[in-house]
Write a protein that binds this ligand. Structure first.
Ligand code: 3UK
Length: 515
């Protein structure tokens, strides 16, 4: 599928509305907050769209959502795009300074906020004269802000979609980098059917019979793609989970209750679930036919443990906010555990050296991606945009190695790579060795300067229950490294820690370990 196959004037609310003729009465979304049919969703989308228009939102203006994953998040998102606005699903785990930046950078006119999150953002609301309305979902008694459901109650359930060009922007996603404030990535209406077809249908084979469930939240593009856009594009239902992503037992309980067929997970959650003793006997997860992973590399040991316990093979896939979704993936029946698989249809990748020259098979290079769903720039970031968006090609910042069979192996971020004794060292390789020890649940390698000021690998190690960071265990881990790694790759320091610092979306923050 190509963008040019879409009508020139296309509004992405078609992904919802294409279901109305044939399955308006089918359940579109399930959650502990209740369920809604495609017809009911469409009615509410139209009411919200009408309320936004009445509130003065015009074409191209931004409307922000700050809310846990629940039906109102979804209906608001489609309503904003339907009237030609730009939908901003805010990360629910940020601090006031970041919300302040995002409200200023996006110039959001309306904020739709859940009562449980209001306290996070309320201190900075007064800083923005571009923000006209704050609408509250949940308990609004005594609050100065209108209640969401009263705000839409009198609105008509019909609404004509704005005549958006397929290249008009319809959503804004803030991506937390390793440094600085989050960067805004704008996606166009055309990107939605593109990713749904290229990933949802062509790679994952989703059909109307499926039911998706994601631990990656809707504000994270991996989550909204896998758990909203892909299922609705084919008429499947999605399960929304408003809980914290790392509560392994709650995730299993949700699977048992709502019986999804497709699980959209991240490596840390697969690891946390696998660490629960006899989890596959204690919880009924037989409804699952497919497990997807992304966000960071899925260690082969986690892949194998999951397969042994459940019989299911996790598909490790990689995407990024800039391409919106997946561009490389392991395909069912052709999995190389520990690899990111191969490029998917619609995307080309290259591995290049520092001068932009393609590197040969077996050599680590910088990953570049080309595909039609790629964003054009970072909002208000000319400098960073020039570095990342290089004509048709996107510079991902990832380091990869392609093997002789064409599979791609992640070697860490470009900025995480270490040069030790003049030789490249990939943190991932050392972590793989440490992770292979039974006592280790997760670990991270960073570069640390020794007394002579030379960069050497340092390990931060988390241990499973019943294990202690004794001298004996330290010796065992160092011996393990010595037997599997070249001398320059062996960690010179090992620090036992309770947890590794991670971003709201679960990515390891190596810069915090370096600090
Ligand atoms: C890293 C991976 C190794 C990699 C995302 C699937 O994660 C997503 O988007 P983000 O913008 O981060 C992108 C960066 O994350 N990464 C993601 N997946 C993997 N590294 N193996 C993987 N499987 O550094 C990449 O550049 O937050 C993931 C679909 C859509 C997405 N946006």
């Amino acid at each position: 599928m190509k963008a040019a196959d879409l009508p020139q004037y296309y509004n992405m609310c078609d992904i919802l509305e294409r279901n109305l003729a044939t399955r308006a009465d089918k359940i579109a979304v399930l959650s502990t907050e209740g369920e809604m049919t495609f017809g009911a969703v469409s009615d509410q989308v139209n009411q919200i769209g009408n309320a936004l228009l009445r509130s003065g939102v015009r074409f191209g203006e931004c409307v922000a959502i700050l809310c846990p994953d629940q039906p109102e998040w979804v209906t608001s998102f489609f309503a904003i795009t339907k009237i030609g606005g730009v939908a901003l699903g805010m990360n629910t785990l940020l601090g006031a300074a970041e919300y302040d930046h995002i409200l200023a950078d996006s110039r959001a006119r309306v904020l739709i906020v859940h009562d449980s999150m209001l306290g996070l953002i309320e201190p900075v609301l007064g800083n923005h004269d571009t923000l006209d309305h704050v609408i509250l979902i949940g308990e609004a008694t005594g609050s100065p802000y209108p209640d969401f459901h009263s705000w839409i109650a009198e609105e008509a359930t019909t609404l004509k979609a704005a005549r958006t060009h397929r290249d008009d922007f319809c959503s804004l996603h803030y991506s937390s980098g390793t440094t600085g404030m989050p960067k805004g990535v704008l996606h166009a209406h055309k990107d939605y059917p593109l990713i749904a077809q290229l990933s949802g249908v062509d790679v994952f084979g989703m059909t109307a019979e499926d039911r998706t469930f994601s631990v990656a939240k809707l504000f994270f593009v991996y989550g909204i793609g896998g758990n909203l856009i892909f299922p609705w594009y084919v008429g499947a239902s999605c399960v929304l989970f408003s809980g914290a992503p790392r509560q392994a037992a709650a995730v299993l309980k949700t699977i048992e209750t709502f019986k999804p067929t497709i699980f959209v997970g991240v490596p840390t959650v697969y690891g946390a679930i696998h660490a629960l003793p006899r989890f596959s006997e204690r919880f009924d997860i037989h409804s699952l036919r497919m497990c997807i992973s992304a966000g960071e590399a899925l260690p082969a040991t986690v892949w194998q443990g999951w397969k042994d316990a459940t019989g299911l093979e996790i598909l490790d896939t990689i995407g990024c906010t800039e391409t919106y979704h997946t561009f490389m993936a392991n395909r069912p029946g052709a999995i190389r555990p520990g690899s990111s698989g191969k490029p998917i249809g619609g995307y080309d990748v290259r591995l290049v050296d520092e001068d932009g020259v393609d590197v040969p098979t077996g050599t680590v290079g910088n990953l570049m991606v080309r595909g039609e769903s790629t964003a054009l720039f970072y909002l208000h970031q000319a400098e960073k945009s020039r570095h990342t968006f290089r004509g048709e090609w996107l510079f991902t910042g990832d380091q990869y190695l392609r093997d002789a069979d064409g599979y791609y192996w992640h070697q860490g971020r470009g900025d995480d790579m270490l040069k030790v004794g003049g030789l490249w060292v990939s943190p991932t390789e050392i972590e793989g060795v440490l992770n292979s020890h039974d006592a280790v649940t997760e670990c991270a390698i960073i570069g640390h300067h020794d007394a002579a000021g030379l960069l050497k690998p340092k390990a931060f190690v988390c241990l499973g229950e019943g294990h202690e960071g004794t001298k004996e265990l330290l010796g065992t881990l160092l011996k393990l490294c010595a037997s599997h790694l070249d001398a320059h790759k062996r960690p010179r320091w090992v620090e036992f820690v309770d947890a590794l610092p991670r971003t709201a979306t679960g990515k390891l923050q190596r810069f915090k370990l370096r600090a």
